[in-house]
Write a protein that binds this ligand. Structure first.
Ligand SMILES: Nc1nc2c(ncn2[C@@H]2O[C@H](COP(=O)(O)OP(=O)(O)O)[C@@H](O)[C@H]2O)c(=O)[nH]1
Ligand SMILES: [Mg+2]
Ligand SMILES: [Zn+2]
Length: 316
């Protein structure tokens, strides 16, 4: 007998799955499950739809297969630099929690995250948290960022999760959707989730776990249903451990511009179809950059991502 379910949590060897009938089960992976070819350290991620099999007595549920993912967000594995780790899959939107201080979120980090959302058609919101510790100039900088990112399609919000402020306007955005909450460690992700639903009671202040080999072990993402004390009638929210780097896998150089809305909007006006927008003549992107219509730091992010992307399909 086969049933399907959704993965809410994984520890690497055990998975917490909500079955299609609403019941919960803890299961392992079936021994011979075919692993995917993403070179990932986790074959099953939070948000995955999976098929569950039971033994002849109808006991010992295990995950027999994972259904095709609509999308996923990936980071590099904290344990193996050449491997990837799927943070979560099948998401509708993501909230990137940022902080202007303690810790400061780099703009390059934000742009990489936005590119990975563009690649998989995941809507993205930017939340600037900890506004209680901002200095005067930070409020001006926040306004600049809001003016820059909102016309590109990324709503920008100011929050003080530590004082439960700025959260109520986020609630309608969450209703009925699956939202990934990500960002570096210490920016206030878990605090934010506790504001959204106080019954979640998530531990804040991330603790690093070390196993007996002294290696860092990951804390995995966890998905929660939005019901009960959140006041919302549905949807799920995913808390993630701190992320240092979002991986942009399978990204070809000639695709990078498509994932920057302000470059995408202008590239058809470049003289050359294969314009890289660096030094070709009659480049509409360079022209917009000169006029200040494209922010310099966004172009720097484009440059950096372009340089690290694969050239494999560029000449084919
Ligand atoms: N000053 C201030 N501190 C906050 C705010 N939100 C969270 N924090 C604190 O930042 C630290 C990290 O928060 P946590 O939610 O664990 O961050 P996470 O690692 O992103 O999940 C904790 O000490 C929180 O109390 C805020 O809006 N203002
Ligand atoms: Mg946390
Ligand atoms: Zn160009």
């Amino acid at each position: 007998m086969k049933v399907t379910g959704t993965v809410y949590q994984s520890t690497g060897s055990w998975y917490k799955v909500k079955l299609s009938d609403g019941k919960w089960c803890q299961c392992r992976l079936k021994g011979k499950m075919r692993l995917d070819d993403l070179k990932t350290t986790n074959p099953i991620a939070v948000g995955d739809e999976v098929e569950i099999e039971y033994d002849e007595q109808g006991k010992n549920p295990c995950i027999a297969s994972v259904l095709k993912r609509d999308n996923y967000i990936i980071r590099n594995s904290p344990r193996n630099a050449r491997k990837n780790h799927i943070i979560a899959s099948n998401i509708d939107q993501s909230f990137l929690v940022c902080s202007l201080r303690y810790p400061k979120t780099r703009l390059g980090f934000i742009d990489r995250f936005l590119v990975s959302c563009e690649m998989y058609h995941v809507e993205a919101h930017l939340l600037f948290n900890k506004a209680d510790v901002w200095r005067d100039e930070d409020f001006g900088f926040f306004e600049e960022l809001k003016e820059l990112y909102e016309p590109l399609g990324y709503p920008v919000h100011m929050t003080i999760a530590g004082e439960n402020r700025g959260i109520e306007k986020l609630l309608p955005l969450l209703e009925g959707k699956r939202t990934l909450v990500s960002g570096q460690s210490g920016v206030g992700k878990s605090t934010l989730l506790n504001c959204i639903d106080p019954s979640l009671n998530i531990t804040t202040k991330e603790v690093s776990n070390y196993n007996d080999k002294g290696q860092h072990t990951t804390t995995f993402a966890t998905m929660y249903d939005l019901d009960g004390s959140s006041g919302l009638g549905g949807g799920e929210i995913i808390d993630t451990p701190g992320i240092k780097l979002f991986k942009l896998i399978d990204l070809d150089k000639n695709e990078v511009g498509h994932y920057f809305p302000e470059i995408r909007a202008r590239m058809q006006d470049c003289k050359f179809d294969n314009c890289t927008h660096f030094n070709e003549p009659k480049c509409a992107v360079q022209a917009a950059l000169d006029k200040g219509e494209i922010a310099e730091h966004r172009f720097v992010s484009y440059y950096n991502i372009f340089n690290e992307s694969s050239e494999q399909n560029h000449w084919s």
